[in-house]
Write a protein of this length. Structure first.
Length: 241
């Protein structure tokens, strides 16, 4: 019985190894087409790989006309969006319409770090996407002044949160209008900078206690444990110093 099991496992190993080698060979064929920047080479592949090959060649060439040879509108749109983003060319987005166009504008605006591109998204027809574009671009730039242009509270708060955390700027936490997000902002900056004074800015008793406890573990400072209001948490904190 053990011998049969061993033989079966060896067979599976050999089969898996052969499969990996086959995939490597198949990928080499796609790589060759990409290196040659020759979409005609893709057409010689099996149906399952043609579209993937064409998309990769189109991206390598920066040529959206190659995208049109792909089967399926969704795949064609994704191909065009990738090229527009890579080239940071907002005008390429004009080749598609509707939601894919909006996604294209968002991608290019973020990649090019150009909030002005977001104006191409109709705020009346796509209010969520328009605001997300502004927020995501501001986050990519890392400049909180752009967050002021975001009118939707959800996206504006997200903008201040991400930039505040990236820049370790606790003053940006004050701009967040949702209490638990503001607490999250202060807690994470407090821990990343090991600044316990920021824990005092947290409104939630539980989160404030967690903040003190986390920093006390890193700094080995028992005095921070004494600032914890929950007795059980305070005792745990002191034990772990």
């Amino acid at each position: 019985m053990k011998a049969k099991t061993l033989v079966f496992l060896v067979f599976l190993f050999v089969f898996a190894l052969a499969g990996c080698e086959l995939v490597a060979v198949l990928d080499q064929e796609i790589d060759a087409a990409v290196q040659a920047k020759d979409p005609d080479m893709c057409e010689e592949l099996d149906d399952r790989r043609v579209d993937r090959c064409l998309a990769m060649v189109a991206k390598a060439m920066g040529d959206t006309s190659v995208c049109q040879r792909i089967h399926g509108a969704g795949a064609i749109n994704s191909c065009i969006i990738d090229i527009a983003s890579d080239k940071k060319d907002i005008d390429i987005c004009n080749e598609i319409q509707g939601t894919p166009y909006v996604l294209c504008v968002q991608a290019v605006a973020v990649e090019a770090k150009r909030p002005a591109h977001c104006a191409r998204i109709d705020p009346e027809e796509y209010p969520f996407d328009h605001q997300k574009c502004l927020s995501d671009t501001a986050i990519e730039i890392g400049d909180a002044s752009y967050c002021e242009e975001v009118s939707d509270p959800r996206h504006r708060n997200n903008c201040y949160l991400h930039i505040g955390l990236r820049n370790r700027d606790h003053e940006l936490c004050d701009q967040i209008s949702v209490e638990n997000l503001e607490d999250q902002c202060n807690r994470q900056i407090a821990f990343s900078t090991l600044n316990p004074s920021l824990c005092a800015r947290i409104t939630s008793d539980r989160e404030r206690d967690n903040c003190y406890e986390s920093i006390s573990r890193s700094t080995k400072d028992p005095l921070l444990c004494e600032l914890i209001t929950n007795e059980a948490s305070k005792e745990r904190c002191l034990r772990n110093i």
